[in-house]
Design a protein around this ligand. Structure first.
Ligand code: M6R
Length: 357
């Protein structure tokens, strides 16, 4: 049932190329055309987008914010559903609220959705589970088509949520973007290639298994990837792990750095201004004794002099990078948890679907 893998989590990580292809199938064309079959939900005249979600799904919401702002030029906020539902947000018909949930049964996300509907907002679900409560109570659903996810830690659900969010962002954009569409359509085969290169990550996991804590830094869409890497490590390895926006290091977190602390650095795509800033951050943490593990694009050697370990992923459009940079962090968390003797698929204190507050 685990398809030859030791854990459901590894099986589901391996299924990601297919899962992302299934999310995109018949919805995105090479010319940039998007067809999401939203029924009566009208996406014209949306003036604001608010995305509500929990846990890993919240990290996909954070990535979606960058994509919707950049491609669609619509103001967008990503909100923790558990906070949003108890606030008094300003919403009306011109607001599109997107609820992201693998299970479609997460209580806080469902309540956030109901809160939004009651105030007249349009509601779109991005969901993996057909006929789930969140899907039923939304005006339209973009199913992620990721297939069943058994492991408590979300992996393929995350990547398929990201893919669905990119589709929604492209759909909201005023004009088709064939270049972005082609890069997105290329991701499934890039993922398949990437998964073949993960042996050094498994070896690294054995080295990191005894670290007292692990820190993750990233910027732009690499920031939610850093948060996701840290969440995976917390829930599976029961280690202290934190993700930071690299620009915030100097405002406090750099005090945590010492020579026993590995820092996993998600380097933005080369060419942009943030790339060089994160290279500087990598130098800074290394100068304070940290072991630096850098996730960079293939061919980007700029951080090599400051990287104790360099893990590379295939190049893509900067906004799409989380579809690739997340994968080594998933494998790292899984293998560290296994090395520490934990039940990877069923971590302590956690349930797959959080249907209570
Ligand atoms: O089913 P949902 O997507 O609504 O679940 C949200 C979170 O509970 C979930 O992503 C959780 O954070 C995962 N265990 C993380 O791996």
């Amino acid at each position: 049932e685990k398809g030859g893998h030791d854990y459901f989590m590894l099986k589901e990580i391996a299924e990601q190329p297919q899962a992302v292809a299934d999310t995109l199938r018949s919805r995105l064309r090479e010319d940039g055309g998007v067809d999401l079959d939203l029924g009566d939900l009208d996406l014209r005249d949306v003036e604001k987008v608010v995305i509500v979600a929990c846990g890993t799904a919240y990290h996909s919401a954070m990535v979606a914010k960058y994509a919707i702002e950049q491609w669609a030029r619509i103001p967008c906020e990503a909100e923790l559903a558990s906070e949003f539902r108890y606030r008094d947000p300003i919403l009306d018909r011109s607001t599109l609220v997107i609820a992201i949930s693998q299970s479609g049964e997460t209580m806080d996300t469902l309540m956030a959705l109901r809160h939004a509907r009651a105030q007249g907002a349009r509601v779109l679900a991005i969901c993996n589970t057909n006929g789930s409560t969140i899907a039923r109570e939304s005006d339209a659903v973009v199913y992620t088509h990721g297939g069943p996810e058994i492991a408590v830690a979300s992996t393929k659900a995350f990547l398929t949520q990201l893919a669905a969010c990119y589709l929604v962002a492209l759909q909201l954009a005023p004009a088709a973007d064939p270049a972005a569409a082609r890069r997105l359509l290329a991701v499934p085969s890039q993922l398949a290639g990437l998964l073949e290169t993960m042996d050094p990550v498994r070896k690294l996991a054995r080295d990191l298994a005894s670290a007292p804590q692990v820190l993750f830094i990233g910027r732009h869409v690499g920031f939610p990837v850093a948060l996701e890497g840290a969440l995976k490590l917390k829930e599976l390895a029961y280690m202290h792990a934190e993700g930071f926006a690299a620009g915030e290091l100097k405002h406090g977190p750099i005090a945590l750095i010492d020579d026993a602390t590995p820092v996993i650095c998600v380097l933005p795509s080369p060419g942009g201004v943030l790339h060089d800033k994160v290279v500087s951050n990598i130098q800074e943490v290394r100068a304070r004794g940290a072991r630096t593990i850098v996730i960079a694009e293939d061919g980007d050697d700029s951080a090599r002099p400051y990287a104790d370990d360099l893990i590379t992923v295939p190049p893509t459009e900067p906004l799409l990078a989380p579809l690739l940079t997340t994968v080594p962090l998933q494998i790292l968390a899984c293998e560290i948890a296994a090395a520490r003797g934990h039940d990877v698929d069923q971590p302590r204190n956690l349930a797959k679907s959080v249907t209570v507050e």
